[in-house]
Structures are given as structure tokens and as C-alpha cells.
Design a protein around this ligand. Structure first.
Ligand code: DC
Length: 217
């Protein structure tokens, strides 16, 4: 199993970096944040209170969840529906941290992440990828940026998203909080553009013996 773990707080650039890195390496992109968002979207759609852990746990237990890779990008289907644009809606932004604190939600998705990565080399992004989901991978990165820059990035995407509020909940929850794995390389992206971050990670991966798609061709 080969997994590159990319963790970090909201709007630290994880998704764009992980997607670009996966393309360079010829790996698939496992977007775990999108999966937590999809479960949140489902919970809201079926009228369950996202702040009630027991109701959320029941909602996820009863959901028919299917995940996979398509065109080297992870997808999640819940009760036959695949949300895309809905994942960035303000209602999802507002409730995703609460839904993600529910242990039953995490256990369910963790099984999916491990099953997906067992079959396909991937770059996985999230909050607990290096610390909990794939602690055995030697390739762990933690992206950070100043809170002001992260909020600016979200606003520039035209999204209403209180990143500081999500960070507080994501970092203080009991199950698998946002933490920096002891063996992760921390990269501060405040002053870097996307290509610079990808280059910094690629340089470290190559130094550790990982080969790129073009080298393997
Ligand atoms: O990366 P993102 O903003 O799309 O993530 C949305 C939320 O999902 C985030 O606020 C917390 C949760 N999440 C998580 O708890 N664990 C992960 N591995 C990924 C995301």
C-alpha cells in the first residue's frame, strides 16, 4: 500500500495540493473531507439534526454508502445519490465539523478509506490521515497557513465558511482530532503558491525514493 498523507486545517490548500501531487505521481486522489461533507449533506437532506450525535449515528448506520475511484478521483454515493456542488454549500460548511465529531461516522468512513487505499496508490487529504487513518505511511505532510490567509482564500472562492470555528471543533474533538503526526513534515503555505508547495513535497518524496509517473513510464 502506498499512501501520501496530507493533513492540515481548513483552507490550508490541502485539496489543490493533493490533487496536483496525485497527477504528478500518477496516483489517485482520496478526498476524505469531501466524504465527511457528503455524509453531512445526507444528514441535512433527510432532516436529521446535525448537532444530535445519536441521531447522526443512526442516520449514518441506515445509509447505503458506496465509495470508489473514478478517473483517479474518489467519489461517494449515498442512497444512490452523488453530491458534488452541494458539498461546498454554506449549510454543509456550517454543520460538517459537528457531524465529523460523531465516532460512528468516523468508523464508517475509516473503513472506506482503508479499503480504497489498499487497492490503489493514492494521495489522501484530511485531518487525521497521518495520525489515525494511515499511521504506518512514511510519507506524511502537514500544511498550515496563517488564519487570516486561510480565511481570505475561502472568501476568494466565493464561499461563506467560518474557518476558525471549524478549526476549533476539528482540533478539540475527542475522536481523531486535527493534530500534527510526530513524523510529519510541516509546510507553511502562507507565502507559497500551489506549484511551490507541490514542488516542496515532490522534492522530499523523491529524496525518500518514491518515483513519479514519468519515471515509471
Ligand atoms: O477539508 P474539508 O474542509 O473539506 O473538510 C471538511 C470537514 O470534514 C472538516 O471541517 C472536518 C472533517 N474532516 C475530518 O474530520 N477528518 C478528515 N480526515 C477530513 C475532514
Amino acid at each position: 500500500m502506498t499512501v501520501i498523507a496530507i493533513d492540515g486545517p481548513a483552507a490550508s490548500g490541502k485539496s489543490s495540493v493533493a490533487r496536483g501531487l496525485a497527477r504528478h505521481l500518477g496516483f489517485s486522489f482520496l478526498n476524505t473531507g469531501a466524504m465527511y461533507r457528503a455524509v453531512t449533506w445526507h444528514i441535512l437532506r433527510i432532516g436529521v439534526d446535525p448537532e444530535s450525535p445519536t441521531a447522526v449515528a443512526r442516520g449514518v448506520a441506515e445509509a447505503d454508502i458506496r465509495t470508489g475511484f473514478e478517473h483517479a478521483h474518489s467519489f461517494i454515493e449515498i442512497n444512490g445519490l452523488r453530491p458534488y456542488d452541494q458539498l461546498q454549500e454554506e449549510s454543509v460548511n456550517r454543520s460538517v465539523s459537528a457531524v465529523s465529531t460523531v465516532p460512528e461516522v468516523r468508523t464508517r468512513l475509516l473503513q472506506e478509506f482503508r479499503r480504497l487505499a489498499a487497492a490503489t496508490p493514492c494521495v489522501a487529504e484530511g485531518r487525521d490521515i497521518g495520525s489515525v487513518v494511515f499511521p504506518e505511511t512514511p510519507y506524511k505532510f502537514y500544511l498550515d497557513a496563517s488564519p487570516a490567509v486561510r480565511q481570505q482564500r475561502r472568501n476568494a472562492q466565493g464561499q461563506r465558511d467560518e474557518v476558525a470555528v471549524r478549526d476549533r471543533i476539528d482540533s478539540s474533538r475527542r475522536t481523531a482530532p486535527l493534530t500534527i503526526a510526530a513524523d510529519a513534515t510541516v509546510i507553511d503555505t502562507t507565502e507559497l503558491d500551489l506549484d511551490e508547495v507541490i514542488d516542496a513535497i515532490l522534492t522530499r518524496l523523491l529524496a525518500r525514493g518514491l518515483s513519479t509517473a514519468s519515471e515509471r513510464a
